[in-house]
Design a protein around this ligand. Structure first.
Ligand SMILES: [Cu+2]
Length: 149
């Protein structure tokens, strides 16, 4: 199943500060926490009481995890519309959750550089297949599948 997501450019809060000391290796980074207004994807406060759905494990900042799909665990996560999909960075390095792929960045969502043990959560209102990647480590890729039950 392939869903083509038409991204809409919007004025972004590109003045939002980056976490300190983040190596800005990727120039295609779209900025911290930028979601065009009116899109059906919302950044929400990561629920503290909930076990995160998707984990960035240790050592994924080095290539290799892509071979067995363990850069984001699980690599493909299925959720219903309205569910707060939650990530946690359990590595000691910065990572991001950024829409699109390294070769074709999207602008639907972008966590910015996530510190170790930082959480990030998104609510998707529309069914679809949402690819994401890490702006710092091109081999890190995952997908959120949003389906009606
Ligand atoms: Cu990364």
């Amino acid at each position: 199943m392939t869903v083509v997501i038409v991204a809409i450019l919007a004025t972004s809060d590109s003045t939002a500060p980056e976490p300190e000391g983040g190596p800005d290796i990727a120039s295609n980074h779209t900025g911290h926490g930028t979601i065009p207004s009116g899109m059906s994807i919302r950044e929400v406060q990561a629920p503290a009481e909930k076990t995160p759905d998707i984990v960035m494990p240790t050592k994924v900042s080095r290539p290799g995890c892509e071979a067995d799909g363990t850069c984001y665990v699980p690599q493909a996560f299925t959720a219903m519309p309205g569910y707060p999909v939650t990530w946690i960075n359990e590595d000691s390095a910065f990572h991001s959750v950024t829409s699109g792929t390294y070769d074709m960045p999207g602008n639907l969502f972008d966590s910015g550089h996530m510190n170790p043990y930082q959480r990030y959560a998104l609510v998707f209102d529309d069914v679809g297949e949402y690819d994401y990647y890490c702006t710092l480590h091109p081999w890190m890729a995952g997908t959120v599948l949003v389906v009606e039950r």
